[in-house]
Design a protein around this ligand. Sequence first.
Ligand code: HEC
Length: 316
Amino acid sequence: MRSSVSLFRTLGKGLGLCADASSSRLAQKAVPALTATMSSTASDAEPSKAAHYAAALGGILAGIFGASCVATASEVADGLHAPHYHWPHEGVLDSYDHASIRRGHKVYQQVCAACHSMQYLHWRQLVGVCYTEEEAKELAAETEVEDGPNDEGEMYTRPGRLFDAFPSPYANEQAARFANGGAYPPDLTLVSGGRHNGQNYIFSLLTGYRDPPAGISVREGLYYNPYFPGGAIAMPKMLVDGGVEYDDGTPASASQQAKDVTTFLTWSCYPYQDEMRVMGIKACLMITILIGFAAYSKRLRWAPVKSQRIVMDVVN
Ligand code: HEC
């Protein structure tokens, strides 16, 4: 009887801790609770074998429930897991939606470029992807690039050219942090590949701003976003309906802009994906044809060998 009471007490403690614990550390305390119950029983009488088994079972169950608490706790720490969206460029035989890349570049340039650099991307890379050469040259010429030194040893500024990289909004990381309340807006060129669940995460992050739920207060200068690890991000909600005007007349809702800029950021991370897929298809076709030739040639060459009969005529 005592053993089952202690089992329930142990279980109760484990479960109770789970129910109201928000951190994994509390859940782990279920195991000392088990030891405490065990020793109190031992002072009265020797615990039976059944008590040992029951306590062990309680410990295992508390561990399992504790582990589920750990998962819940880490959802806050790691951010809500972004759902999977069906991107047009997702399948092995799919290519990027280039009109979307073009719109996404516009969103980046008009909204995100105020804080985020994309220093590994060059204007020439946009040619044939989302702009003609003339359009890309015009866009590059709108920027100012520091060059030099000239004949007099001075640095000078000139309009950007196709071979220049995208300009950075801040001179260095310190200046960026100073302007953003201590947070550093990361370079966006490779961010899509650098985050778990890349494109789904970025889309969810950009569209995931909402009022904090009751009981959660967010520090001044931070914004509630459940998809960001920790739930509070230093980037304000940037995308609003009609925030940019698209050249092709697509209605610029906030989610449309998020989708386009995410496509652009995914392209900037994997710019050769379309070419690689075409090459992959060609390689598979070539290999299939070559395997056919190889099989035929093998049978042809081996036919005389395999159809020969070697007779050894041994005399005595
Ligand atoms: C007002 C400045 C500002 C603008 C404009 C801005 N961001 Fe940010 N962004 C930040 C800051 C600051 C951070 C760092 C947040 C932090 O560490 O809390 C950030 C972080 C990010 C991150 C990384 C989140 C992570 O997991 O680390 C992504 C992705 C991002 N921004 C995308 C964008 C996109 C896309 C746009 C344009 C639609 C944009 N940002 C516009 C300031 C800005």
